[in-house]
Design a protein around this ligand. Structure first.
Ligand code: IPM
Length: 359
């Protein structure tokens, strides 16, 4: 089959890890007789340097017309250290989410048996952890009115949600719970925030349509603690934009490394796949960044295109590389030598090709 895939490498380690994911996709195309047409586009600091805009029009067009989007990372130290800069790399990603109406970010979190040693948490606490975070992505404080006063002595960010925004992401989460262990935890701050109370009210109504799904409510501060004390209790976590951003990074401690977690951002028409790690500027160009999250994002992308078997082939290759210790420094046992970003990518691509040969 033939698919058009938009590739947006972005900043920092984005280009390095994305090109390893592309190697995996090429291996899949070859082994399973597909044609992937790649359309590369710019975003973030790289796009600002080249065009003055963090999200050039051409990028939006390429994304809109693609069957799926593989995204790297945005962010750059120059902008992090210059809070007054008006044009910022992150605006590129936020605008893209808005333009494509990517309203839900889905992040699966699993403890890999072979990597448990790498987690700062105790083995017994994390072994068997398997949950997924559904984060609302186009509302809340990220997109509400915001302003710094003229004298720069005060500032505000407004958090805003409509029932419809809550409903559409909630239905996706409930449906996912029905395919999993029938449990949803709504993470909010309903003891303080009006938007959180609207979320609770809406979820209580929607839950009536899914009688077999257990719903629990948990304040974000408590959820942040429970995720470390007993992560196995979670199945589907549903939450708003900012809380979702924060607990997703926290959840990466369970997987053993932030370099392993992939995500999908879903809209009615488009879908974008990206590692949850950021641009990691200090590692840029050193061939040391972990490419597995990007490679697993490519596997998610294939599932979205209905290519389940092909996605499984990538996941098996990733598990093999971890089992054999062919991994970057971040998930390496102390006694092992590390493998470079590009060599991990080569291993994964070869393994996909050879798996197919042995079938
Ligand atoms: C993420 C990132 C983004 C966010 C940044 C880069 C704007 O942290 O996708 O989780 O905060 O949403």
């Amino acid at each position: 089959m033939k698919f058009t895939i938009a590739i947006i490498p972005g900043d920092g380690i984005g280009p390095e890890v994305t090109s390893q994911a592309k190697k995996a996709l090429d291996a899949v195309a070859e082994a399973y007789d597909h044609i992937f047409l790649y359309k590369e586009a710019q975003i973030g600091a790289t796009a600002i340097e080249a065009t003055g805009s963090p999200l050039p029009k051409e990028t939006i067009e390429i994304c809109k017309n693609a069957d799926a989007i593989l995204f790297g990372a945005v962010g750059n130290e120059y902008y992090d250290n210059n809070p007054s800069a008006k044009v910022r790399p992150e605006q590129g990603l936020l605008r893209l989410r808005q333009e494509l109406d990517l309203f839900c970010k889905i992040k699966p979190v699993k403890a890999y048996d072979n990597l448990i040693y790498n987690s700062p948490l105790k083995r017994d606490v994390i072994k068997g952890t398997d949950f997924v975070i559904f984060r609302e992505l186009t509302g809340g404080i990220y997109f509400g009115d915001k302003e710094i006063s003229k004298d720069e002595k005060s500032a505000y960010d407004k958090s805003f949600y409509t029932i419809d925004q809550i409903k559409r992401v909630a239905h996706l989460a409930f449906k996912a719970a029905q395919r999993r262990r029938n449990k949803i935890t709504l993470v909010d701050k309903a003891n303080v925030l009006a938007t959180s109370r609207l979320w609770r009210k809406t979820i209580i109504e929607i839950a009536k349509e899914y009688p077999n799904v257990d719903v629990e409510f948990m304040f974000i501060d408590n959820a942040a603690m429970k995720m470390i004390l007993n992560p196995k209790q979670f199945d589907v976590i549903l939450t708003e934009n900012l809380f979702g951003d924060i607990i997703s990074d926290e959840a990466s401690a369970i997987a053993g490394s932030i370099g392993l977690l992939a995500s999908s951002s879903i809209g009615e028409k488009n879908a974008l796949f990206e590692p949850i790690h950021g641009s990691f500027p200090k590692a840029k160009g050193k061939d040391i960044a972990n490419p597995l999250a990007s490679i697993l994002s490519a596997a998610m992308l294939l599932k979205h295109l209905g290519l389940d078997e092909e996605a499984d082939a990538i996941e098996r290759a990733v598990e093999k590389s971890i089992a054999l210790g062919i991994t970057t420094k971040d998930i390496k046992r102390k006694t092992q030598t590390s493998t470079s970003t590009s060599k991990v990518g080569d291993f994964i691509a070869d393994y996909i090709t050879n798996q197919d040969d042995s079938n």
